[in-house]
Design a protein around this ligand. Sequence first.
Ligand SMILES: [Ca+2]
Ligand SMILES: [Ca+2]
Ligand SMILES: [Ca+2]
Length: 479
Amino acid sequence: MGGEHRDSLPHGPALSPSRPTLARLTALAALLALCATACPDDHEAGGDADAEADGDAGADADASGDADGGGEVTFTLDPIVQLSHSPTDSQTFLNTAKCVAVDGAGSVHVVWLEVLGEGSGSGHAAQGQLVTTRSTDGGSTFAPPVPLTAAVAEVGVPKIATAGTSLFVTWHQSDGWRVQVMLSRSDDGGDTWTPPVSLGQGTFPSIDACSSGPGEASVHVAWSDSQNVENHCEVYLANSVDGGRTFAAPVMVSTPDGLSSWTASVASWGATTHVAWTDERFNVDAEGRPYDCIVVGGGVTCHEEVFYRRSTDGGATFTGPEVRLTSDPPGAPQWSWAPSIVAWHDDVHIAYFDHRSGSFQLYYRRSRDAGATWETEEDLTSGLAPQPYHWWRPSLAAVADQLQLTFWEVDLDGGSSIWTMSSLDTGATWSSPLLLSEGPTALQPAVALSPTGTAHFVWYDDLGGNDEMFYRRLAAGRP
Ligand SMILES: [Ca+2]
Ligand SMILES: [Ca+2]
Ligand SMILES: [Ca+2]
């Protein structure tokens, strides 16, 4: 079954003495998160600093006489760089947030989990250590990995966002009784990190950050948690308006309706905060009865829908409707999993994978009005030939008109490989998939974009013995 056995998703029940590990979804696994790195000042400042990035990212069909020198973007795929060389499994997980980010100085930062003791599901270790590495030359070379934490019990994979030269890393870990969403910050480009603080109870956080001025940044962390509402997950969001120094108490984003809402993904731009997630409210089993994969703990009827909700006051309140983005026929749901959401000004982009056609395919929707309305869904992969066994876990990044999507292909013979697709016209059209990985079982990719359009990909792969982290750059050039 290819990568499926390596991608079981633990959800968010409480850790307690009677339940020492996270429960596991044993059937088709589920997700991975993307969190945008959209930051108005950061990205626009970056673009201004690089005059070559001034032209439209899209192809310029009549470049002749183009005074600004704009023209068709060319991409160069650089060699793969191995980031980890550890005897333990080096992993990331979940497309709903990113493990790679580019800061305002152009440095590339990557975070992952070293699995010191196996956990009960992907993306979580009974004993683990978070590590990070960075490149200060735009991804050409990376420093040796350094620890972000000591060895921690019951810990999840880290995710990262940047605003200016500030870095924010979030993950979950047990305090011995409950699972907490943690955050650590660096205000010096990764030289030093603050001691981790808890933002609230929950698991598998997604994060985005935006700078609104020197020394100012808003930070948004979304997650799902079953420890506050009885036996099911809802989506929560914690916000900071002081560069991550303090966070307001978490607000609930999804409806506490007794049916789970999980795999949260967050993106923000200005005062608008976008949250997407997977929701059980229309799920039914084979007999048509309500079915909640979080409550039941998996099974073959994890047939969710993707939902979206926005806040127009920086995440403080969610008063607008919850928007259903996928719609299977009533009584016949199919898997719709793990949204990845990003925002650039009023453009909001979301990708997810869905089993409605009989295999997992990738789908995309966009909003051009900051999430007020959504355009028709686009099927990105089912028309491709030949078809793999599945396409899994799309992760998006956006800079201006350029979108970068990464995901993995589960082969019919059980291998897996990492791919990317580009859009240079704000998601109107997409390139053919480009193969990025070379190893046998590459999994769980994430992507970040530089202001110039250069894409930075990371994933992990087992090259014999244990998993290692890999990086590859798709460098953008303009005439
Ligand atoms: Ca390793
Ligand atoms: Ca709910
Ligand atoms: Ca569905």
